[in-house]
Design a binder for this molecule. Structure first.
Ligand SMILES: NC(=O)c1ccc[n+]([C@@H]2O[C@H](COP(=O)([O-])OP(=O)(O)OC[C@H]3O[C@@H](n4cnc5c(N)ncnc54)[C@H](O)[C@@H]3O)[C@@H](O)[C@H]2O)c1
Length: 225
């Protein structure tokens, strides 16, 4: 799948899945701009801050329309029972994972024409209800629903919105989750970031020109959906 000539923004692109996705898209011909709250991205931006998001997308669009957005930035946190999650922890989770996804989609779409594509990242946990992870699980469920709503609204502008729900993937952010047992994964191994890249590129490319509103689980078959 070629991404030749496409200008794509990747949020949370300083490390982990976002950094690998950006490198893969560049290798397929895209011009990629990475955003991150921390060091190591092309531009600094807290995706939960509307002012920063609008400004940074305006800056990117000053040199040309935006063709694609990978809404990857999110908080991954250590597990804890749901009744020990503080209101601040709940709010920050939703600010980054849900509001951040909404704000970046809104800002990107202002600079996106027909043929544009947005890929949101949810998680297998939105379907499994993973243990001791309620605020993260609920935030990723909201990302799945937001994907459907945006696909509905943006179809008449020729913009597609899809979602990828990964299973556990060893990344710097996932280190807080500890080890993972792949014995219940039909494909029998722990996923690597590399396993996600083809699906991202497909959904951002013209090869998926009539696919919208979908969530694809990339998880070795662990939770069919
Ligand atoms: N690793 C996994 O097991 C796993 C499983 C399912 C889904 N996911 C999802 O995949 C995506 C990438 O996860 P990862 O494992 O690479 O995580 P990671 O923590 O290694 O990388 C996430 C990046 O997002 C950035 N970020 C966090 N908050 C931000 C903010 N407010 N504004 C801008 N950038 C911010 C971080 O600085 C970091 O560079 C996330 O959406 C995550 O929920 C990961």
């Amino acid at each position: 799948m070629s991404l030749d000539g496409k200008r794509i923004v990747v949020t949370g692109g300083a490390r982990g899945i976002g950094a690998e996705a950006a490198a893969e898209m560049r290798s397929r011909g895209a011009t990629v701009v990475t955003l991150d709250i921390g060091d190591g991205a092309d531009l600094r931006c807290d995706v939960s801050d509307a002012g920063q998001v609008d400004a940074v997308f305006g800056e990117i669009a000053a040199s040309g329309a935006i063709d694609g957005l990978l809404n990857n930035a999110a908080l991954l946190v250590a597990r804890k029972p749901f009744d020990e999650i503080s209101l601040d922890e709940w709010d920050r989770m939703f600010d980054v994972n849900v509001k951040g996804t909404f704000l970046c989609a809104r800002a990107a779409v202002r600079h996106m024409g027909a043929g544009g594509a947005i890929v949101n990242i949810a998680s297998e946990t939105a379907f499994s209800g993973s243990h001791h992870f309620a605020h993260y699980v609920a935030s990723k469920g909201a990302v799945v629903s937001l994907t459907r709503a945006l696909a509905n609204e943006l179809g008449d502008r020729g913009i597609r919105v899809n979602c990828v729900a990964p299973g556990f993937t060893p990344t710097p952010g996932a280190a807080v989750l500890g080890s993972y047992d792949p014995s219940r994964t039909p494909l029998g191994r722990v996923m690597e970031p590399n396993d996600l890249l083809g699906t991202f590129c497909y959904l951002l490319s013209d090869d998926s020109a009539f696919v919208s509103g979908q969530t694809i689980l990339v998880n070795g078959g662990r939770f069919p959906h």
